[in-house]
Design a protein around this ligand. Structure first.
Ligand code: BMA
Length: 326
């Protein structure tokens, strides 16, 4: 793939790889935003996307030119070319007042039954996980806060499991957090969370690419063999942190059980737009689309600067996680 292009594959943007051996491959049109040409925004990264009635809708983490991160709605006809609103999303509380925070970032967007949930991190008295719901992408309503600070990288499973909502999260500190494991929690109502369990620790079997910390990425993908969890892992170097991503397979009925976990990364920063930018060497997946044919399109932030896409299939991800967990 050399040229920038897109086309409509029964709705979902996805391109085959030229090399059958590859597990994951990048979109030829990456990066998705040409930041120097953007008037409103300085950076757009770590954003989540859904397909809604044949159209793409995204909740984007954007920084305006003051540098403040906030969440903005975007729409696209083809999944690659995006129109972003220049006013941030307003989240309303139950009493009708606006939910106010100093800044917000790293959204995930999950459809459960007929409702879309935005799970995001807002820094109020330290970072914590907040959930908003919408049915029409016009009005966004906050749910009562279910998590304590300090926590980041919250993402819901896309359906209830055994009658409960399930959340992954990554307890942290108030800064850049030199540690981090993924926990799994359940709730009957998206408000009261409990039965917290440690799901995955960093540095799995001496996997140096995730030596420092890990955090869940997009909503887990349901397959016949289990839930595919794409997650980021961080390694420390003399030049700072390197964010890659990997994959694990969780039990379908009891996702607190890890069936297997690849020891090697799935993707690591290699392209110019990943290795250089506001924060160099960062790829940070927050969204994934799948279709009935098992194709997978991953949206990831690149270098805290712009967005990019990578493609795979459920079969390839399953084969990879099984092969490299041994
Ligand atoms: C993490 C988060 C992400 C960011 C990453 C790399 O702690 O703040 O938003 O992409 O660091 O800077």
């Amino acid at each position: 793939m050399s040229a920038k292009y897109y086309k409509d594959n029964n709705g979902m943007i996805w391109f085959p790889s030229e090399n059958e051996e590859e597990t994951i491959w990048r979109y030829a049109g990456n990066p998705l935003f040409d930041m120097p040409k953007m008037d409103a925004f300085w950076h757009i990264c770590n954003s989540a996307v859904a397909m809604v009635n044949g159209e793409y809708i995204g909740v984007f983490r954007c920084e305006d030119k003051t540098g403040k991160p906030d969440l903005f709605l975007g729409r696209s006809k083809n999944g690659a070319e995006w129109e972003l609103e220049t006013k941030e999303i307003v989240f309303y509380q139950k009493d009708g007042s606006r939910f106010v925070y100093p800044y917000a970032y790293d959204p995930r967007l999950i459809k459960i039954e007929d409702t879309y949930y935005v799970v995001f991190c807002a820094d109020i008295e330290g970072p914590s996980i907040y959930i908003a719901q919408t049915k029409d992408f016009k009005r966004f309503e906050m749910l009562p806060t279910g998590f304590l600070p300090f926590n980041r990288n919250g993402v819901l499973f896309p359906e209830k499991i055994n009658g409960k909502f399930v959340m992954l999260s990554r307890p942290s500190d108030a800064g850049n957090t030199p540690f981090g494991n993924i926990y799994i929690s359940e709730s009957p109502d998206l408000v009261h969370w409990g039965n917290h369990k440690l799901l995955m620790k960093n540095f799995y079997e001496n996997s140096y690419w995730e030596r420092i910390k890990i955090g869940a990425g997009p909503a887990p993908i349901k397959t016949d063999e289990g839930w595919l969890l794409i997650y980021h892992g961080v390694q420390g170097t003399c030049n700072g942190l390197v964010y890659s991503f990997g994959v694990a397979l969780l039990d379908l009925d009891d996702p607190s059980k890890v069936k297997c976990r690849a020891k090697r990364y799935l993707m690591t920063p290699e392209k110019d737009y990943e290795v250089a930018g506001f924060t160099s060497n960062v790829i940070f997946p927050c969204g994934a689309l799948t279709d009935e044919q098992g194709r997978v399109t991953i949206y990831y932030g690149a270098a805290d600067t712009t967005m990019a896409m990578a493609f795979s299939t459920v079969d390839k991800l399953l084969a990879f996680v099984k092969k490299y967990s041994e």
